[in-house]
Design a protein. Structure first.
Length: 415
């Protein structure tokens, strides 16, 4: 699979990754948007009217120049409507595209992004196996907790769910890179959320619909169970967004306390959603949630000031190159490219950046040694060879001939 990164298919592979990422963002927006809307709608329903009949509540809304009258039934209306819209594909496609991104970035590019050999000496297939099995195991454990007697105590269940997420973050950090830890914790959580939709919420709704069509009175317990899982999804959404975006911010993923930062982000998600849920339910705007969120954020800032997770210059120079790195290090033009990168890029991509205003290497990418240049060959090729994304605004005055040299070296390694 690494041939996809070094051969003639490199550009196609990058565009495929971009297309999958785009699909993931689009479907995630659709899922999150519908989730937030229905939570706000449910909390804001008017439940004290004399004209509600069998309905639990209703609400009038205005949008786009039109007026909407919405009613909610706890179980179902007296008669089954002809047209019924199901909200499920947004969730399914968000998860499917997310798993595809996980495979593209962290399985195919596992030697660079997934496994941290300084934490655990694992083969790539072992890291991929841990990655896949952890997602399945997380859902099994969570589902067991929900179906136990704890399901009757939502507060305690939420505390145990938080503890499960903290433990998983810590365990991921024992074997994966900081970047992979954050992403996998997000995928772990998103798997629980999508499985809630696929294996609990939608099946329970189908049972209710089937009972109505058969002339039976549906059992209200199915709606209660579905609402519990939906509430969990509501509180988990914001932390998942943070974790999915964290790979852009080494202050979050490269800190020694990255797993603890992730834990505090989950608490921030709860406090933020509680504020909006209370507001939508017309129970006021609890100002204490704002104070808690700010305090948690400052705690995260303090934790991020700890030393970054990175090898020392001496350790990196003594490190044995992986087979893929050896291909780039032995390719024609590598010495010239090393000189170019050292002169044009390493003032920012260093353990102690020398460029004014840069405190930490962007995305924690270090380019101070030949081994690090070989390690990040694909990014150098894409960012500084095929495109002019790096250096930003060409602040180090990289010449066209130097970019051409990078392209020639990378493509020589592919051959």
């Amino acid at each position: 699979m690494n041939d996809l990164l070094t051969g003639n298919f490199g550009l196609i592979w990058d565009w495929l990754a971009f297309a999958v990422r785009w699909l993931h963002v689009i479907t995630a927006i659709a899922w999150i948007g519908s989730s937030f809307y229905f939570i706000a709608l449910d909390l804001g329903l008017r439940r004290d009217g004399d004209d509600l009949g069998d309905a639990d509540g209703d609400e009038w809304q205005v949008h786009g120049g039109g007026f909407y009258h919405i009613r909610k039934y706890l179980v179902a209306p007296a008669e089954m409507p002809e047209h019924l819209t199901w909200f499920k594909w947004e969730s399914y496609w968000t998860w499917l595209s997310g798993v595809a991104m996980l495979m593209i970035v962290y399985w195919v590019g596992g030697e660079l992004y997934l496994i941290d050999q300084n934490k655990a000496e694992l083969a790539l297939w072992q890291g991929v196996l841990i990655s896949a099995l952890s997602l399945v195991t997380g859902w099994v454990v969570y589902d067991f907790l929900c179906k136990s007697k704890l399901g009757e105590n939502p507060t305690l269940l939420m505390v145990l769910l938080f503890a499960l997420l903290v433990v998983m973050g810590y365990c991921y950090n024992l074997v994966f890179t900081g970047r992979a830890m954050m992403l996998h914790l997000g995928a772990f959580t998103a798997t629980i959320m999508t499985a809630n939709v696929a294996h609990v919420i939608i099946p329970n709704q189908r049972i209710v619909v089937a009972d109505l069509k058969a002339g039976r009175k549906p059992d209200p317990k199915y709606g209660k169970i579905a609402k519990l899982r939906s509430t969990h999804n509501n509180y988990l959404t914001l932390p998942v967004i943070f974790l999915m975006l964290s790979n852009h911010y080494p202050l979050a993923f490269a800190s020694q306390y990255n797993w603890l930062i992730a834990a505090l982000v989950f608490l921030m998600g709860v406090s933020i959603r509680h504020y909006f849920n209370s507001m939508h339910a017309r129970k006021g705007k609890p100002s204490w949630t704002i104070a808690v969120t700010v305090l948690l954020f400052f705690a995260i800032i303090l934790l991020s000031k700890a030393p970054l997770e990175q090898t020392s210059l001496e350790e990196e120079e003594a490190r044995a190159l992986t087979p893929q790195e050896q291909v780039f290090a032995s390719a024609e033009g590598f010495e010239d490219v090393s000189d170019i990168v050292m002169g044009r890029c390493s003032m920012c991509h260093a353990r102690e950046p020398g460029y004014d205003g840069i405190r930490r290497a962007p995305k924690n990418v270090l380019l101070e040694t030949p081994s690090e240049i070989a390690k990040h060959a694909h990014e150098i090729y894409l960012q500084a060879g095929r495109t002019v994304a790096m250096p930003p605004a060409n602040v180090s005055y990289m010449e066209a001939e130097e970019r051409a040299a990078i392209v020639a070296w990378y493509e020589a390694a592919g051959r």
